[in-house]
Ligand binder design. Structure first.
Ligand code: NAD
Length: 324
């Protein structure tokens, strides 16, 4: 088994690669090629524990580089596409890179995989493609109503995947997951931003009234769901991965403050994000029918995540220092 993992030097992709090489998924001696552009969010250090592992090959490159893909794909049994511009706030400031990678890049990757006859493809997407839901939960049939430029480009990519599945009968499935947290997450996203800021004695910014609701899932659970879809998902189908812990941003902040021994004097209220979605919620019963269950309770996952950032200042301090 030879898997091409795009975006494998990012937060979730690198977790998937490490777990695969640790044989968590029972794939034995699967070989992994990571294709990653190493944008600001990509970091070779995320794969450092496996730098000398002969089963891992790292290629720095762009999923939109058709010539490169022509060389990489012929020996590949499966593609898992994590590569994306992923930060909503950055997409509000400037969306062009999001269109280039998330939409055009995904189409180039799909076409190259089709041309090379790659037998299996999983595209990693997000609950944000649905917009916002006040009550209840989205099923996989829900219409796409993305609100941020990030979400719009993820929705565009999902529609392109659907088109390749319908038109070319390509064996490609989509996963849509809720908010992830865990080790190696770039400290611009709320959990690592708050944790590393509080560790440095700085205040943390809480958007608006803090009552926006997100469903928090540990990155290990997300990656187990992706592997299940890779192995058992049907062509052209979409699978939700969720079932973590629904929290308002205020509740999330409270949990992080408690974990760090801080209090609300460390929090400053800031103007709300433009077009901020109020609530996301996924119905994940379709994947549960295949055997999926989240395994990491939020309290435990947050505690181990905080401990990881405490023990790995060498990983995040250069990043926060460069951003200062
Ligand atoms: P990330 O920003 O940490 O990592 C993205 C990786 O993609 C980086 O290593 C980057 O260098 C690489 N990359 C960017 N453009 C590329 C290109 N053109 N070619 C090759 N590589 C490129 O993101 P993440 O949080 O790990 O998210 C991974 C995927 O999961 C994304 O598709 C995202 O939309 C999706 N997702 C994320 C979350 C979340 O909570 N973080 C939730 C649901 C879905």
């Amino acid at each position: 088994m030879h898997v091409l993992v795009t975006g494998g030097a990012g937060f979730i992709g690198s977790n998937y690669v490490r777990r695969t090489l640790e044989n968590h998924y029972g794939t034995g001696h699967a070989t992994v090629t990571v294709l990653d552009k190493l944008t600001y969010a990509g970091n070779r250090a995320n794969l450092a524990p496996f730098a000398d592992n002969p089963l891992l090959r790292f290629v720095q490159g762009d999923i939109g580089d058709a010539q490169l893909l022509t060389r990489l794909l012929p020996s590949v049994d499966a593609v898992v596409n994590f590569a994306a511009e992923s930060h909503v706030d950055r997409s509000i400031d400037s969306a062009a890179e999001f269109v280039a990678t998330n939409v055009a890049g995904t189409q180039t990757l799909l076409q190259a995989a089709l041309d090379a006859g790659v037998p299996r493809f999983v595209h990693v997407s997000t609950d944000e493609v649905y917009g916002s839901i006040d009550t209840g939960s989205w099923t996989e049939e829900w219409p796409l109503e993305p609100n941020s430029p990030y979400a719009a480009t993820k929705a565009g990519a999902d529609l392109m995947v659907r088109a390749y599945a319908r038109t070319h009968r390509m064996n490609v499935s989509i996963t849509r997951c809720s908010n992830n947290y865990g080790p190696y997450q770039f400290p611009e996203k709320v959990v690592p931003l708050f944790v590393t800021s509080l560790m440095q004695g700085a205040t943390v910014p809480l958007y608006g009234d803090g009552l926006n609701i997100r469903d928090w899932l540990h990155v290990d659970d997300h990656c187990r769901g992706i592997q299940l879809v890779l192995e058992r998902g049907a062509p052209g189908e979409i699978y939700h991965i969720g079932g973590g812990q629904e929290l308002t941003n205020r509740e999330l902040t409270e949990r992080i403050l408690q974990a760090l021994g801080s209090d609300w004097s460390s929090v400053r209220q800031v103007a709300d994000r433009k077009g901020h979605d109020r609530r996301y919620s996924l119905d994940d019963s379709k994947l549960r029918a295949l055997g999926y269950r989240p395994e990491v309770p939020f309290e435990e996952g947050l505690a181990t995540t905080v401990a990881w950032y405490r023990d790995n200042t060498d990983w995040w301090q250069p990043i926060t220092a460069a951003a200062a």
